[in-house]
Design a protein around this ligand. Structure first.
Ligand code: DGY
Length: 324
């Protein structure tokens, strides 16, 4: 067998970068379609595969891992990896890679884009103009919320949460944060961020922005009780994972006026069902999971995922490995 095809790797989607380095050491099969392979199809294609490069839309569970006896590495093109059973991979000695860092700024930018769009009703204004409803300048037309001087509550002050907070400093916002643990006091001082319990954050923030990974502890973290604790004038922004917020509770909070609105880049399920009542609400701003979707960022994520894949094939430590 020629050296260039010593390994077999499978990519679950086309990537926005060159595969040349990978192709020098492996035969590469790329799932050609826009929709991800179904779990069954993916499983049926893994028997001979040494390396898998996957996306957050691919459930990589124990059964799928068991169907890949040669698998040496799983490389995810995303920072979040809640779709992968890391424990099952670890039990087989398979390293799992992700792509942290390179998407921090793009995701923080997009969080701000959504926050500002929701606060100032940009989506509603766009629809208003396109629908021919714009008659004249009106003193009370589509009034929104002030961002400057408001209080921003950040759930999860990790890399992305910090980058969101950094931008808030320029808007003279008061920043409250909560998370698994308190950050270093120097970091708190630099960001002018105050640690509080979740309940205090929810009660005081004008904007609540979620930046925590999806784990058993954060699944449904924001449900009916938490939404009730928020101000009736507040907005909820989620660019993390949809399952952190209970969709039915969010819908109820939005229609009953418990909170003023939401901006959702992520939903549960994803994509959101076209039947979801949330889609009928004008006070929700949606995006189709675009947090990291700048050209440069997606290329960096793809390059990083390939670097992890190559390292795993070679038996080296992955540059970014999530196994404990
Ligand atoms: C991630 O990387 O986890 C994002 O959700 C997609 O960029």
């Amino acid at each position: 067998m020629p050296e260039s095809t010593e390994f077999k790797v499978r990519l679950t989607r086309r990537l926005p970068t060159s595969l040349a380095a990978l192709e020098q050491m492996a035969s590469v099969e790329v799932w050609p379609e826009r929709q991800p392979p179904t779990a069954d199809v993916l499983q049926s294609k893994l028997a001979e595969v040494d390396g898998l490069l996957c996306l957050l839309t691919d459930p990589i569970d124990q059964e799928l891992i068991a169907a890949a006896p040669r698998l040496k590495v799983i490389s995810q093109m995303a920072v979040g990896f809640d779709n992968i059973d890391v424990a099952a991979a670890t039990a087989r000695g398979i390293p799992v890679g992700n792509t942290p860092g390179v998407l921090t700024e793009a995701t923080a930018d997009f969080t701000w884009a959504l926050m500002m769009a929701a606060a100032r009703r940009v989506g509603e204004g766009d629809r208003f103009v396109r629908n021919g409803q714009w008659q004249t300048w009106e003193p009370d037309l589509l009034l929104g919320l002030d961002i400057a001087g408001a209080t921003l509550g950040i759930i999860g002050l990790g890399r992305i949460g910090q980058a969101v907070a950094k931008r808030a400093v320029g808007f003279d916002m008061q920043i409250l944060y909560t998370g698994r643990h308190r950050c270093d006091p120097a970091l708190e001082a630099a960001l002018k961020a105050t640690y509080v319990e979740l309940a205090e954050l929810l009660a005081n923030a004008d904007f609540v922005s979620i930046h925590t990974p999806l784990t058993p502890a954060t699944q449904s973290l924001i449900g009916a009780a938490e939404l009730r604790q928020m101000k009736s004038t507040a907005l909820l922004i989620n660019t993390a994972r949809g399952a952190i917020v209970e969709p039915e509770a969010l819908y109820q909070a939005l229609i009953s006026g418990q909170i003023a609105g939401a901006a959702l880049d992520v939903t549960e399920p994803e994509p959101i069902s076209p039947e979801s009542p949330l889609l009928q609400l004008d006070n929700v701003t949606f995006a189709p999971h675009l947090g990291s979707a700048s050209r440069a960022t997606r290329k960096k994520m793809a390059d990083m995922a390939i670097a992890n894949l190559i390292a795993g094939l070679q038996g080296d430590r992955l540059p970014h490995c999530v196994n404990p």
